[in-house]
Design a protein around this ligand. Structure first.
Ligand SMILES: [Zn+2]
Length: 336
């Protein structure tokens, strides 16, 4: 993995290259950002360039030397990963004690041992306190990289001993291009996958297009039920959706993308400007039945549903209100 392969994170990579050029790498870094934005890949690329025997003038690894070749095969001995060991969901104190013992020795192969703790939120309190001692007096030749979505769930004493680096959302244009290049998707398919995996290259590349299209069709059917169903069916939908483990985020995002296309059609968008292009005929027939005011209202209702579900509202009650309101405000024609 090379630093030049990390996409859409220019600020982070710029900071790291500067630290490499000045030989001033902090001993602990905290990579903050959502899933799939390149935190782990950056840790790998950084470990490789730190140990590269022939670092390039642009502060990237050479890809040719003995150390780079070991990285390429995933067998570099001084890159350690500390993760929860299933079935545990936490990093335990035993793992940290073993780590503390290991980092006391010189790196086996190169000059730097890089330790990736991922995700740092899973350090339980006991383990975090044991790790804190190492962070306070880091043995030379070790770089600790912690990853987390945000710093809220981390001990402030750990955060304060790390250099924080924030990874932003990867621009949609980059996601679309990578999906086209690596998976041969059409622009239309790539736009849909990128839209549902906003800002996350890892998420977008892991998405199965067929599954996603099936999920999208299911959401469109459900919107039809909400529009046309009996009060009983609508309330049944709300109860089903409020069950634990239901992915409401994905329902809301797909529903918003559908209504986004309907709104685009009312603004005379061309088919190429739509995300759900494969269902153009359905979009057009629905758009004829809806006023643009109602479409805007629907988009607002979906946003407010998302806000309420993320807050501490009663989710079944929230979904009941949402679904009844959706049905009541709908047009008389047949949708879905
Ligand atoms: Zn090299």
């Amino acid at each position: 993995m090379f630093l030049r392969d990390i996409l859409g994170q220019e600020r982070v990579i710029g900071f790291l290259k500067q630290a490499l050029a000045n030989d001033q790498m902090p001993h602990a870094l905290l990579f903050l950002g959502n899933e799939g934005v390149g935190k782990e890949s950056t840790a790998l690329a950084l470990a490789q360039v730190l140990n590269c025997e022939n670092r390039q003038p642009d502060q990237d690894a050479c890809g040719q030397c003995h150390s780079c070749r070991l990285f390429a095969t995933g067998s570099y001995p001084d890159f350690l990963q500390i993760n929860p060991v299933p079935p545990s969901v936490q990093i335990k104190i035993g793992q940290i004690r073993e780590l503390n013992r290991q980092v006391g020795f010189h790196p086996l192969a190169g000059t730097w041992r890089v330790v990736l703790l991922k995700p740092a939120e899973t350090l339980n309190e006991e383990a975090a306190n044991a790790f804190l001692k190492t962070l306070e007096e880091p043995p030379p030749g070790n770089l600790f990289i912690l990853t987390a979505i945000g710093e809220r769930d981390l001990l402030p004493t750990i955060v304060s001993r790390c250099r924080r680096l924030s990874f932003g959302a990867i621009p949609q244009a980059i996601l679309i291009q990578e999906l086209q290049n690596r998976q041969g998707l059409t622009t239309e398919q790539a736009s849909l996958v990128a839209a549902i995996n906003y800002g996350s290259l890892g998420g977008a590349l892991a998405e199965d297009l067929m599954d996603l299209l099936a999920k999208r069709d299911q959401v469109v059917n459900e919107l039809g039920v909400l529009q046309q169903g009996s009060t009983g069916n609508v309330l049944k939908w709300a109860t089903e959706k409020s069950k634990k483990g239901t992915n409401l985020d994905s329902f809301i995002i797909l529903a918003r993308l559908w209504y986004r296309d309907l709104l685009a059609l009312t603004c005379q968008a061309t088919p190429a400007q739509l995300i759900n292009q494969d269902r153009l005929a359905d979009l057009v027939s629905q758009e004829h039945l809806l006023t643009s005011a109602l479409i805007v209202e629907r988009l607002g209702a979906l946003s407010s549903l998302q806000r309420q579900l993320r807050g501490n509202f009663n989710s079944e009650l929230t979904l009941n209100n949402f679904s009844l309101q959706w049905r009541q405000e709908g047009p008389a024609g047949v949708l879905g």
